[in-house]
Design a protein around this ligand. Structure first.
Ligand code: NAD
Length: 415
């Protein structure tokens, strides 16, 4: 497969490994997943038929704590994609230094063609299939592409029924009414904004009037767009899976997102905007580019043509290693996914901590802690990048891989 995300994820570990004095056995373990659960299960559809689906739950590494990672519902979900996503979660939790390991899950399905009831049936049956492997102390799911707080509520309910009592800590990203944390819904997009703001400060770019282009208008891209626009930046383009809209003077982000919510698409006439294809959107001249959709969007093909100063990776794995080198040579500052989108898992950690202790933190507490953790992770990554003369991705990998390797060394190998 071209640009196989698992191959890319493994190569990224090798790149970081060159800067670390790692035991070769530990390096091999770091490049491998720990547990891969694949389930094929039936779902009752609205027309009375039964349809088979395939789902995955993969733990990459739990050395630093319970495994943590989202669940994706998408037609392209496959074993290697979930493996890569689980590995990226391990480095992400280590970069922000929260006591979790990495995991990921997904179901190959097209939720856009399914009714709410069918999505509920699928979620409940999938949860039942993976229930022996998840739990607040072992592996804690969360939302990802095309899953949301409602899906997390069904997951929590199904798991709780199986246990015989409510277990809010089995999943994060829940509705607030069920033990979700204030600030979790916004956390990933807000984290993209915070880390992009840090990057902008380092290169002397003011956010006031800065031109921002965002690919993807979901939980991550849509919310990041709001934060940029509130900070005085001009979001000049945004897109979804059908394509994008652009406006040189800046889009009205609230109106654009409302329009997408109500009509399931951007209406150019209403928004005084023009249409643009997703491929062309990436190449627009701007200050900050935020890929916030899927993997492999920035490759060696288009990297030479990008006209931005900063890339803040909202999506997981949007840039290939070949593109990384081109961007580095061209002086484009890339804030890598495992740092830029770590706000989500950070507030998921806050949610889990609150659930285990029956606490309710205020919005201010969540926001202050998130800001502190992300700014510290940004500085630590930047220091490594300077010291080793590498780009921010390799620096973040050095930081993350080193922390996980140390935990594995201390634990040792049983027996
Ligand atoms: P989402 O389902 O809320 O939104 C996905 C968005 O991407 C939608 O607007 C969709 O229309 C758009 N999209 C889908 N395919 C596209 C394509 N080919 N081109 C352009 N746009 C496309 O999902 P999300 O939670 O915002 O996740 C987006 C990315 O962020 C994923 O890579 C995900 O792994 C990553 N991420 C999410 C979280 C989180 O907390 N939700 C945390 C970290 C990373």
């Amino acid at each position: 497969m071209e640009n196989n995300p698992y191959e890319i994820a493994r190569r990224q570990v090798d790149i970081a490994g060159k800067y670390l004095d790692l035991n070769p056995g530990i390096l091999e373990m770091l490049k491998s997943t720990k547990r891969e659960v694949v389930v094929h299960f039936p779902v009752k559809m609205d027309d009375g038929t039964m349809k088979m689906f395939t789902g995955y739950r993969i733990v990459h590494n739990p050395a630093r704590g319970p495994a943590k990672g989202g669940i994706r519902y998408h037609p392209d979900v496959n074993l290697d994609e979930v493996r890569a996503l689980s590995m990226w979660m391990t480095w992400k939790t280590a970069v922000v230094n929260i006591p979790f390991g990495g995991a990921k899950g997904g179901v190959q399905c097209n939720p856009k063609t399914m009714s709410l009831k069918e999505i509920e049936n699928l979620t409940r049956r999938f949860t039942w299939e993976i229930a022996p492997f998840i739990g607040p102390e072992s592996d804690i799911p969360a939302p990802d592409v095309y899953t949301n707080p409602q899906v997390m509520a069904w997951l929590m309910d199904t798991y709780s029924i199986l246990r015989g009592y409510s277990v809010p800590g089995v999943v994060t990203g829940k509705p607030i009414e069920l033990g979700g944390s204030v600030g979790r819904l916004e956390a990933t997009g807000k984290g993209v904004f915070i880390t992009a703001r840090e990057a902008a400060g380092r290169i002397g770019l003011s956010l006031e009037g800065a031109r921002v282009v965002i690919q993807g208008a979901g939980n991550v891209g849509g919310i990041a767009a709001r934060y940029f626009s509130r900070a005085g930046a001009k979001v000049i383009a945004i897109s979804d899976s059908k394509g994008g809209i652009c406006r040189a003077r800046g889009l009205d982000i609230e109106k654009s997102l409302d329009c997408k919510d109500q009509s399931q698409c951007f209406i150019t006439r209403e928004l005084e905007a023009e249409t643009i294809r997703n491929e062309d959107l990436l190449e627009l001249e701007c200050d900050i580019l935020v890929p916030a959709a899927l993997e492999n969007q920035i490759t060696e093909q288009n990297a030479p043509r990008l006209k931005c100063r900063i890339i803040a990776e909202g999506a997981n794995g949007p840039t290939t290693p070949e593109a990384d080198e081109i961007l580095f040579d061209r002086g484009i500052l890339v804030v890598p996914d495992i740092l830029a989108n770590a706000g989500g898992v950070t507030v998921s950690y806050f949610e889990w901590v609150q659930n285990l202790q029956n606490l309710l933190w205020s919005e201010e507490e969540v926001s202050d802690r998130l800001e502190k953790i992300l700014c510290r992770a940004y500085s630590e990554t930047e220091q490594i990048a300077r010291r080793e003369k590498v780009h921010m991705r390799t620096a973040a990998y050095i930081l993350g891989v080193q922390r996980v390797a140390k935990a594995m060394e201390l634990r040792g190998i049983y027996p």
